[in-house]
Design a protein around this ligand. Structure first.
Ligand code: GLA
Length: 390
């Protein structure tokens, strides 16, 4: 693969100069959904699939981007004098946003760039292909421009800053953090309030992580993501009339139940209930996983889906069909939607010997009910971003 990318880069942009190669993973969240902007905990991991990049500094101000996933779009050109987000700029808004963020943070990008990417993460699947491109660009800029004091955690924060302020999606820190800080075989137990984190080994025994992709296309920008976030902020501000808290993640189940009437509105109570209970579920899930109780971990994953379906209302028929059918299959330890929802993927822990029939049965029910096919991927937990060659 690496060779193909380099070849294509040279064909498009010429073979001279200091051309370097990079990789940045995708991510899947095991549990802790829609908690990262509520001061709660998340438990995601980086994957071995992700985005490959080839890049070289230019002498002028031009930015030239090419994606081997969208060959018909061709080279998309821009310049350092035009660091604005446009619909027509498509995926290049992500690298442009990172260049803009570097400048904002005082790391001046003073010359242009040729950059080619290829991703083997299914696009718009909820496995964070966009955060993967952001972290990839963050690493490229750090490396090509010699900003050696920038850490992977800084890159994650800059990715979120770019997403929030350049691309207009009010996302939390989970995706960029999971990708930038990934560690093979481990999930990251992150407190999004303090950014304190811990790596927990994910030992699945004779089971594997299986991703089911609904193929329902969606973008965070046009989803109800920002709406959910503001509903939680509203619920929090109503609770703050009496409680001295700065996020929903600070509440125990009992405190929430004793005070929920302050919120008044039924819908807002449901949203806040999810944020509070999902955070507590995530803490429990990490505990039981560490204790080797995979069955209980799976049950907590299932409960997470129910809460996202009934209280947070971000699942929809496609994800519900995938998950509810998965629950009925032999060898399934846990199944839930992962990521923002409204389409995208589910994450399933399935005994290896049952994976073929799992794919067949869930795939068939999905096709019959939804009218188009789902895709299945058996994934492995991988490392964070890497420089592959110079
Ligand atoms: C998206 C966002 C994350 C997080 C999840 C939901 O992936 O980018 O910050 O909020 O949704 O858990």
């Amino acid at each position: 693969m690496k060779e193909k990318l380099l070849e294509k880069f040279k064909e498009l942009f010429g073979g001279e100069g200091d051309i370097r190669e990079y990789f940045s993973p995708g991510r899947v969240n095991l549990i802790g959904e829609h908690t990262d902007y509520n001061g709660g905990h998340v438990f995601p991991c980086a994957l071995t699939i992700g985005t490959y990049g080839v890049a070289r500094k230019r002498e002028d101000n031009k930015l030239r981007f090419y994606s081997m996933n969208f060959e018909d779009v061709g080279v998309i050109e821009s310049s350092l004098d035009d660091l604005k987000s446009y619909k027509e700029a498509e995926w290049t808004n992500y690298p442009k946003g990172m260049i803009w963020t570097y400048n904002e943070k005082g790391y001046t990008i003073n010359s242009g760039l040729d950059m080619l990417i290829y991703g083997n993460i299914p696009n718009a699947s909820g496995l964070s292909s966009s955060a993967s491109v952001e972290v990839l660009t963050g690493l490229i800029l750090k490396d090509l421009f010699g900003f050696s004091d920038i850490s992977n955690q800084d890159i994650a924060l800059m990715g979120q800053y770019s997403e929030n302020n350049f691309n207009g999606v009010n996302c939390g820190i989970m995706d960029q953090f999971a990708i930038a800080m990934g560690k093979a075989g481990h999930a990251i137990y992150l407190d999004t309030n303090t950014l304190k984190y811990e790596y927990a080994p994910v030992e699945l025994g004779d089971a594997k992580l299986v991703i089911a992709c609904s193929n329902k296309k969606r973008g965070l920008g046009d989803s109800k993501y920002n709406e959910r976030r503001s509903e939680c902020e509203k619920a929090l501000s109503l609770l703050q009339k009496k409680l001295d808290i700065s996020s929903l993640g600070e509440l125990s189940e009992e405190e929430f139940e004793a005070n929920k009437e302050l919120i008044g509105d039924e819908i807002l109570i449901k949203r806040a209930r999810h944020a509070v209970y999902e955070n507590i579920r995530t803490k429990k899930a990490v505990e039981v996983l560490k204790a080797g109780d995979l069955a209980e971990f799976g049950r907590l994953m299932n409960a997470s889906h129910v809460s996202l379906r009934d209280d947070y209302e971000v699942t929809g028929t496609e994800l519900d069909t995938l998950v509810e059918t998965a629950w009925e299959q032999k060898g399934v330890i846990g199944a839930r939607m992962t990521g923002a929802g409204f389409g995208g993927c589910t994450v399933n822990i399935v005994k290896e010997e049952n994976i073929p029939e799992f794919k067949e049965n869930v795939g068939k029910t999905y096709l019959d009910k939804i009218g188009y096919a789902a895709d299945f991927y058996v994934v492995e937990i991988g490392d964070g971003p890497q420089i592959l060659g110079r």
